[in-house]
Design a protein around this ligand. Structure first.
Ligand code: ASP
Length: 307
């Protein structure tokens, strides 16, 4: 058996790699990395890789991380500009440096040194979306950049989008990958949860893996992916672990427009589940019993109730 789980926008990525993963042509790390390539290359996905909506000053900045659940090795990049596959740069950080996280210009220098493929990530559509957003703020007389970034990133319709992949093979090896262009119109240099191991991504093959999408500041403040895996270790099933992890956000001081979180979970025995603060959202999974990725509902967790 083999299993992959993803955020719903990762269904095509799962299907692109699953057969080779099952055949042993791709190991767990290859599977999550190459599945992420599919979404990073999709200009219609405005939250990951090429076509991601730019930051406040018009540049696309990418965050990504990958984790090997057997060794607990991890690699990540944040605020990376100008490369096609941030997930592969993250993997190279893990495999070719003594570091875990490289940021900004240092990450770009590393990407150049290893020969990562450069790419223009800003597309006509994403630049137009950026220009429209800036023009609408200017029309409201909002010109100070700090005021602008608050107004823009507090719009939940603009701020969301990331892809998560979790994989498990028949020998119990696990890996996880997360890739994103982060909050649309974020402050330049802002790193979200996706490149922070424990916050947006965590994988321990003895227990399971979890990854987040949503307002990364919430998962950064709570180390949410790692805490979700801790809940699995304590005996919760995957949906319950995802729901209870999201429930941990109730005590955070955050406006209701920012209380958005989604988690996908894959346990070391192949059981999986997902939860979200929003009704109607789904996640993708595939194992050898189905011919293509299945989209399944996430458990909905209301965050408005008492802590
Ligand atoms: N978690 C991502 C971030 O905060 C964005 C998202 O998933 O919507 O950068």
């Amino acid at each position: 058996m083999a299993w992959m789980v993803a955020s719903a926008n990762g269904a095509a990525g799962i299907d692109a790699v699953f057969e080779r993963f099952c055949a042993g042509e791709l190991d767990v790390l290859d599977a999550v990395e190459r599945a992420a390539w599919v979404v990073e290359d999709d200009p219609e996905d405005h939250s990951v890789g090429a076509g991601g909506v730019p930051n406040l000053f018009g540049a696309v900045e990418l965050d990504a991380s990958i984790m090997d659940g057997v060794t607990l090795r991890a690699g990540a990049v944040a605020g990376l500009r100008g490369f096609r596959h941030p997930i592969s740069v993250a993997r190279a950080v893990m495999e070719r440096t003594p570091h875990v996280l490289l940021v900004g210009e240092g990450a770009a220098t590393f990407a150049r040194v290893i020969g990562a493929e450069p790419a223009v990530l800003e597309t006509q559509a994403s630049l137009q979306a950026w220009q429209r957003a800036i023009a609408s703020l200017e029309a409201q007389e909002l010109r100070d950049p700090l005021t602008m970034v608050r107004a823009l990133t507090h719009d939940p319709e603009r701020a969301v989008g990331t892809v998560n992949f979790l994989a498990l093979d028949d020998e119990g090896r696990m890996a996880s990958a997360v890739s994103t262009s982060g909050w649309a119109l974020k402050w330049p240099g802002r790193a979200g949860d996706s490149p922070v191991i424990g916050a947006g991504n965590y994988c321990d093959a003895t227990v399971g893996a979890a990854a987040c999408t949503g307002f990364g500041e919430l998962s950064l403040r709570t180390q949410l992916a790692a805490r979700c895996v801790d809940l699995l270790a304590a005996g919760a099933d995957p949906s319950e672990a995802a729901s209870r992890a999201i429930g941990l956000l109730r005590r955070l001081d955050a406006p209701s427009s920012e209380r958005i979180m989604h988690i996908v979970v894959l346990r070391a025995d192949g059981q999986h589940g997902a939860a979200s603060t929003r009704a109607g959202t789904r996640y993708a999974w595939r194992d050898t019993s189905v011919p293509r990725a299945v989209l399944a509902p996430r458990v909905v967790v209301a965050l408005d109730g008492p802590a």
